[in-house]
Design a protein around this ligand. Sequence first.
Ligand code: ZN
Length: 240
Amino acid sequence: MRIAVLSDIHGNLPALDAVLEALAPFDAVWQLGDVVGYGPEPDEVVARLGDVGATGVRGNHDAAAIGELETSAFNTDARTAVLWTGTHIGAGTRRWLAALPETSSKDGFTLAHGSLRDPTWEYVLTTPAARASLAILTTAHAFIGHTHVPLVFREDDGLVEMLAPSDGSQLQLDGRRTLLNPGSVGQPRDGDPRASAVLLDTGAGTVEWRRVPYDIATTQARMRAVGLPPRLVERLEYGQ
Ligand code: ZN
């Protein structure tokens, strides 16, 4: 099976469509949360994910948008965007988001937004944080998101090594336990503004990272049109 694994789409429909086109053909779509928040088209993104039969987990922005998470821990711009999202999404989007679990296990992979020990909030950017999640991982591998940075943490002989995949990087999965972060579709933060995602081939046991250009100006124009914070609009072109 070829599975497109997507995270942190954040209501960015042009980025999602570009990624779906670039990764096709695939047999399934897994998403790792933060489907909404920041971006101008939450309903359209959820509808598209419904069209492709995506399954997955809930992120902090998804939970906050439907009123199931306090927004006090969000920074000002993030809170403004999540409150905008909460008042603009339709009933169908609300139901779809509310049905997402915090974690999920599929075909030997665990899916979580942040980490295994705190799926909603923890950022896994360091080997100590990765080690804590690997210690409680009950499958061989896990996909996580939330940081908006493509990264791999792999357990090897008691040590945890960190890899930073770039466009076209392939990882051969083996018996070593790994945390795999596809990066963000809708708001990359590693200095590369192109959308980021991975293609998992379960037969070959490979994961391939892909960077996909999309029409950033269109997303920015739609954000301005609905009055989302200017700093959120600008960061898209810097990948920050
Ligand atoms: Zn996010």
